[in-house]
Ligand binder design. Structure first.
Ligand SMILES: *Cc1c(COP(=O)(O)O)cnc(C)c1O
Length: 365
């Protein structure tokens, strides 16, 4: 048995998402790039590579990882590039998408050897969190002024628009795309490719993938463009768990169980968005608040139900621990970083990475 804590990526569950992505690619003609900012655990890229067209990135290190570990088509994007990194970014990328007209003008010549694009901000989004809303007031994410964009059309041949966020609602996606067409249709007709970004939950169980694919195909036919999708969460959703062990139990008005992990160190995204972890089946007559072992008072994974009383040594699996989770793990409190294990398609489990004291020590100096 592998020592906890560890993230467990299940290749069979990952394959289910991959097959849905492949289906949409085939039906719609769109290409699908993995958004590395969501998930960058390259040990499973061997599987993902067969179902996706490549990767997209938010930084020099991500574009390099995409090129070296995933291969295939590699898109570079960043909110802002520095003079000291642009040459290396270009060397790893097939396409580069600038966030602003000023970045495009600054680096257009350096990127003249690859396809160049610009991020558009349609000023509509599906996000319910201000923190993650690309269309929030005064957003720095992309250009929206059509006459300004028109002046740089000679230097770009594509656009990127990312305004969906965990959007499970095809109707909403469709309406927002309609608004984008009204606003930017004349510009879109003049480029070769448009990336519609991530945040579309099209691998979810009830998502109408055929209507979605038809909508994408109609868009790409109307404007004569290659569409790209940049699924992050949709690529890896429900594929991974965080496996932990109960270290202590106590009663302080509620039953508490402390585990060998920390929400702040190992599932930080949940804390940022004030969500709780998921435990399945979450049924039974024993209710516990599951707490992390860091000294943060609010280091709480959530309250869950169990069939039996919890005792020291019991194992718990937190569901859906891939997206924005492994990429955000950190060394807060010096809590042991979870190892990474993979359940292969034949059911065998192998550990691909363990973190040690030396990794902790070397993360600072
Ligand atoms: C975050 C992001 C993605 C991935 O978003 P998901 O919600 O994980 O699908 C894709 N493209 C861009 C530009 C992003 O910022």
């Amino acid at each position: 048995m592998i020592e906890t804590p560890y993230y467990l990526i299940d290749k069979a569950k990952l394959t289910r998402n991959m097959e849905r992505i492949a289906h949409v690619r085939e039906k719609s003609g769109a290409k699908a790039l993995l958004a590395l900012k969501c998930f960058a655990t390259w040990s499973v890229f061997d599987l993902m590579r067969d179902y996706m067209d490549g990767t997209t990135s938010s930084s020099l290190f991500e574009v390099r990882l995409g090129r070296e570990r995933f291969g295939k088509e590699t898109h570079a994007y960043s909110v802002a590039y520095g003079d000291n990194e642009i040459d290396e970014v270009v060397s790893h990328a097939d396409k580069i998408i600038f966030n602003s007209i000023s970045q495009l003008e600054r680096f257009a010549d350096k990127a003249a050897g690859i396809a160049r694009g610009l991020r558009l901000n349609p000023q509509v989004s599906s996000s319910s969190f201000d923190l993650a809303d690309p269309a929030r007031p005064f957003s720095r994410l992309g250009e929206w002024d059509v006459p300004k964009v028109e002046r740089v059309m000679d230097r770009i041949n594509g656009f990127m628009i990312h305004n969906n966020c965990e959007n499970k609602d095809f109707g909403l996606f469709d309406r927002m795309l309609g608004e984008i067409e009204e606003r930017f249709g004349a510009l879109i007709a003049r480029v070769d490719w448009v990336s519609l970004g991530g945040g579309i939950h099209f691998t979810g169980d009830d998502y109408p993938v055929d209507a979605f694919s038809a909508r994408l195909r109609a868009f790409s036919d109307r404007y004569g463009v290659q569409i790209y999708l940049e699924p992050g969460e949709a690529s890896i959703t429900k594929s991974t768990t965080l496996e932990v062990t109960v270290l202590d139990t106590l009663y302080n008005g509620k039953n508490l169980a402390i585990v060998d992990s920390s929400i702040e160190a190992h599932m930080l995204d949940l804390l940022i968005y004030r969500e709780t972890a998921k435990v399945l089946p979450n049924e039974g007559s024993h209710s516990y608040m599951i707490c992390g072992k860091s000294c943060l008072a609010g280091d709480v994974f959530g309250e869950f139900r169990f069939a039996e009383e919890l005792k020291v040594g019991d194992r718990i699996s937190f569901q859906d621990a891939a997206g924005y989770t492994m990429v955000k793990k950190n060394w807060f409190n010096g809590v042991k970083m979870p190892a990474i294990a993979i359940r292969e398609l034949d059911g065998s489990v192998r550990t691909v990475r363990e973190f040690t004291y030396a990794d902790y020590e070397q993360s600072l100096s």
